[in-house]
Design a protein around this ligand. Sequence first.
Ligand code: ADP
Ligand code: MG
Length: 705
Amino acid sequence: MASQPLSPAPAARKPKAAKVAKAAKTGASQLERKFQRLGLVEPADFVVHLPIRYEDETRIAEIGSVLPGRNVQVEGEVLYSEVQLRPRRQLVAAISDGTGRLYLRWLHFYPNQQRQVEAGRRVRVRGEVRQGFNGSEIVHPRVTVAGGPLPDALTPVYPATDGLPQPSLRRRIAQALEHADLAETLPPALCASLALPSFAGAIRTLHAPPAGMAVHDLVERGHPAWRRIKFDELLAQQLSLALARRRRRSQRAEPLTAANAELVQRLRSSLPFSLTAAQERVIGEIASDLARSFPMHRLLQGDVGSGKTIVAAFAAAQAIASGSQVAIMAPTEILAGQHFQKLSDWLQPLGVQVVWLTGSLTQKQRRQALENIASGHAELVIGTQALIQEKVQFPRLGLVILDEQHRFGVAQRLELNRKGDAEDASPELGPRLPHQLNMSATPIPRTLAMTFFADLDVSLIDELPPGRSPVITKLISDARREEVLSLVHREVQDGRQAYWVCPLVEESEALQLQTAVDTHGWLSEAFPDMTVGLMHGRMPAAEKQAVMDGFRRGEVQLLVATTVIEVGVDVPNACLMIIEHAERFGLAQLHQLRGRVGRGGGQSVCVLLYQGPLSMVARDRLKAMYETTDGFEIARRDLEQRGPGEFLGMRQSGQELLRYADLQSDTAIVEQAREAAALLMRDYPEHVSRHLQRWMRGRQDLLRS
Ligand code: ADP
Ligand code: MG
C-alpha cells in the first residue's frame, strides 16, 4: 500500500478509511520525495531511469560450482543453524544441495530470519560468495522458500539514493512502463538508416533483458539498445541547440553597421603593431555579426597571449561608431583595470568616452560613473560584476563583451544581457537585445563545444603575434630549490622580472594567505637587493592595483602572488614564472599561469616546482605541461583527465550533463545526432517536439548560454 503512487483522494471518505489513507500517504510521500531527489516525477522520468547493472536470478546454480566473488542463487536444505557467541554473537547456518555445502552468516539478525533457516527447511539463497573459514559462505544472504517460480528476465539494479529500496524502484518503473507513452519519436526511415532499434524495444530490453542475454554488452553499454538511448539523448540536446538558434534569429538587436567608420580606421592606423591574419579574420567575423538585426552570440577563443583584447577594441569601436554603448566585463578588478588602461590608451585619443565601474569606487566616483552611463555620455564602460547591478542603466547598450567568460556564472551572463533596452520593447517583436561577445582563453574541444554550448558561434585566433618564442617549461623537484633561486637572481640582474606563485592551499583561505605572506617573507630575505612585491586575493583592490602598477613599471622585480594573477595579467618584461607545489594545481590553471610569461621578445621560462611523491594524476598533469604549450592540446588532456562536467565547471550544479552518452567514447553517435537534428528540424517538426518532450523536460537550461 505504502508504495502505491499517490492518487487524488476521493472527495468523500468514511473517517476510518481516511485515517488509513493518511498513514499510507505519509509513507508514500516520503518515498515520493526520494524519487524526486533522483529527478523521478512523471512516468516518463521513470521510464528513462535505466539500470546500472543486473542480477541474474533466472537460474539456480549448483553449490558445488560456486566461486568466491560471484553473485549466485542456489537452493538447498538447511543442515543446521545455530547462534554462535564467539568471536561475536552471530547466526550461522549451512545448506547443501548434494553437490556441495555453503555456509550462511548473519552478524545482525531477527528472530524471523532465524526461523527461516531452521534445520531441515529447503531454502533459496542469493548473495555474493566469499571464501570463509570453513569453505564458501555468504554473509547476510537473501533467503526465500525454495521452489518458487524463477523470473524469465534479468533483474535490473537501478541508480538509487540512500534508503530507496530497489524493489520500490523496480515496482514503480514497471508500473510506469505499463502506463507511459513509449511511442516512437523518430521517423522510421531514420531508425532504419542508422540501424537503431525502436524506443519501446530498447527501453524494454534495458529494463528487463531476457534470460541468457549477454550482460556484459548491457553493462558496458555497447548493446544496440544502449546505442538507441544514447542517440536519443544526444539528439535531444542537438535539437534544443537548434531551437535556441532559431529563437535567437527571431530576436531583435540593433544592427551596428559602421564597420568602416572613421573611428575604426583610425584605431587601425594608430596601433603600434600590425594585426595577425587570425586577428583580422575574427575581427571580420565579428563585424558582420554586429551588422545583423538579431543578436550576435559569439565565443572568441584564443590561447593566452594571442591578442583578444584588441579584437574586443575593434568590436567596441564599430558599435560606438554606430551610436551604441558598449559594456566590457571582466571577472577580477585587476583584469578590468588592465582593460581600462589599454582600451583607454587605444580609444580615448580617438575621442571615445571611457568609464570605469567597479565595486571599489568611492560613493562620489560611483555616482558620477552611473550618471555618465545613464545619460548616454559614457560610450565604453569597463568594469567587474558591479556592471550588472540594478542601478546601472544603459540607454543604448548595443554590445556586451565578457572577458574570460568561463569565470562568470550563467546567471551573471544572462543578467548583463537583460541590461538591454527594455523600454524599446515592441509588443510584437519583444525587447531589443545587445550583441554579445564572449572571450575565453580556455579552449573548448570541438565535441564539447558542439554539445554543450547553447547556440554559440565560435571564432578562433589560432596564431600568436610574431616574435614570441614558446615558453620553456622546467620540472624541478623541491629539493633543488637553490637552483631556482639562482635562476631568479640571474633573470633580475639581466633587467627582467619574475612571478613567484604561492602554493595552493585548498583547505583554508587563511592558511593560503599565511603561505603567501611567509613566502614573501623568506624571498625578501633571500634577495635583500631586490624589491619583492606581494599580491593576494584578500588585499584591498587599491592596494592590489598599486602593487600591480609597480610591477608593470618595473619597480618591483619579483612579484609573489596567489592565483589572483592567473587571469589575463599582461606584463611583457616578466619572463620567468615559478609555480610552487605545481602538483596541487589543475591543468587549466597551470596553463593560464604559464601564459603570464612569454609575452615579450625574450626567452621565457616557467618552473614547475613540485614535491614528491606524485600521484598518477599529478604526474600526468605535469607531464602534459612539460610536453606542450598548445592550449588546445592542454584542454584536450584536461578534459580527458577530468571529464566534461568538471571541465566546464558545472559540477556544482549537481545535475549531470549527459546521463548515458559519453562524449569521449560516443563521438560517432554525436555526429549522427547532429545530422539527424538538422534533418528533423527541416522535415519533421512534429517529431522534434515529441522527442524533446520525452528527453528534455525541464533540462534545457542545462545548456550553457
Ligand atoms: P589575451 O588573448 O591573452 O587576452 P592580450 O590581448 O592581453 O592577450 O594580448 C597580449 C599582448 O600581445 C598584449 O601586450 C597586446 O598588446 C599584444 N598584442 C596583441 N596583438 C598583437 C599583434 N598583432 N602584434 C604584436 N603584439 C600584439
Ligand atoms: Mg585577455
